[in-house]
Design a binder for this molecule. Structure first.
Ligand code: ATP
Ligand code: MN
Ligand code: MN
Length: 301
């Protein structure tokens, strides 16, 4: 029991390098949580979060005046983030190149928080080679009115179907309404192959049980069903990162969970930025050791 798990959270002194202004500004009016609370949360969870969010093009949901005021989705650097936030040039569809943001350490995360960031979303590929995705995210979006139990059953179905294809997957509660099933992959295939696999997987699921699942975006077809959102796996798309806070009432957070734990959760937002101790305890318990990692490649189907 006194074995230190691989992903034990280490004290990171870097957050001190980033001064946080207006710590008392209320960012989550429903729960009264402040920018200071948010910064403390990210400083504490940064080591766990960076295992997944570091060195990956990211998009930020920034809400400088709090979640109830105007928020915007930011992909590119406006030049104002300073030394702790990196820039990676990425070729756009029309051929020109744009700089995308990435972070590599806690100071990077905290700089984004200082700039009003609440949410961190990441690409499915890393800065070393943005053209080779290394994770697939199957985003389960249950229609309004569906029970969370339905989403849980869907996630397990997907886990089993992926397993039949030889792929290990992991569950993450989004901090919103749904579950993300995350498939770590070797960066040994193209975006075209990646998106094609995700789309065919989602469509096959939709055909196997059309009463429960739908793989098309159309709102009408999603009625009473779970949308298997495979579109997160296209080049340029993002998905919310593990441990990102959400710009939603009560400051919920996206959390990695084990498949065994899934049964006990009643919704996709059981923890908030106020649960630093509980979340660190989970990390340090070893429960999540190995979460989101597996050396595997897409099968040829
Ligand atoms: P929920 O469980 O409530 O669905 P979610 O994070 O999965 O939470 P979705 O609405 O399904 O939310 O969105 C999926 C992903 O699409 C987000 O995680 C995000 O990365 C991306 N996204 C969200 N808003 C935008 C936006 N304005 N522009 C581009 N991408 C976005
Ligand atoms: Mn979703
Ligand atoms: Mn979605």
């Amino acid at each position: 029991a006194d074995v230190v798990p691989e992903r034990a959270v280490k004290v990171d002194t870097a957050p001190e390098l980033v001064p946080i202004s207006n710590r008392d500004r209320v960012i989550f009016p429903e729960s009264g949580q402040t920018k200071g609370n948010l910064a403390d949360y990210y400083a504490a969870l940064a080591p766990a979060m960076l295992a997944f969010a570091a060195n990956r093009p990211i998009s930020l949901v920034r809400c400088p005046q709090g979640r109830a005021k105007q928020c915007f989705f930011q992909k590119h650097d406006s030049g104002s983030f300073g030394e702790h936030v990196g820039q990676v040039p990425i070729r756009e569809k029309d051929g020109h190149t744009e700089d995308y943001l990435y972070v590599k350490d806690a100071a990077g995360i905290l700089t984004c928080v200082q700039m009003g960031t609440i949410e961190f979303h990441g690409w499915c590929s890393r800065t070393e080679d943005v053209e080779k995705p290394d994770r697939m995210v199957i985003d389960l979006d249950p229609d309004e009115g569906l029970d969370f139990e339905d989403a849980k059953r869907a996630a397990k179905d997907i886990r089993d179907k992926l397993s039949d294809l030889g792929l290990v997957s992991f569950a993450m509660l989004s901090g919103g309404k749904g579950i993300h099933v995350v498939v770590p992959l070797r960066p040994d295939h193209s975006w075209a192959e990646h998106a094609d696999f995700a789309e065919r997987f989602a469509r096959a699921l939709g055909m196997s049980d059309p009463e429960r699942y739908v793989a098309t975006m159309s709102k009408a077809k999603r009625k009473g069903r779970i949308f298997i959102d495979w579109l997160r796996n296209q080049r340029g798309s993002t998905a919310v990162m593990p441990y990102s806070a959400r710009a939603r009432a009560g400051a919920p957070v996206a959390i990695p969970i084990t498949w065994d734990e899934l049964a006990q959760f009643k919704d996709a937002h059981p923890f908030s930025i106020g649960d630093i101790d509980k979340l660190l305890e989970r990390e340090n318990s070893g429960l999540l050791t190995g979460w989101g990692t597996a050396a595997q490649s897409l099968p040829k189907i």
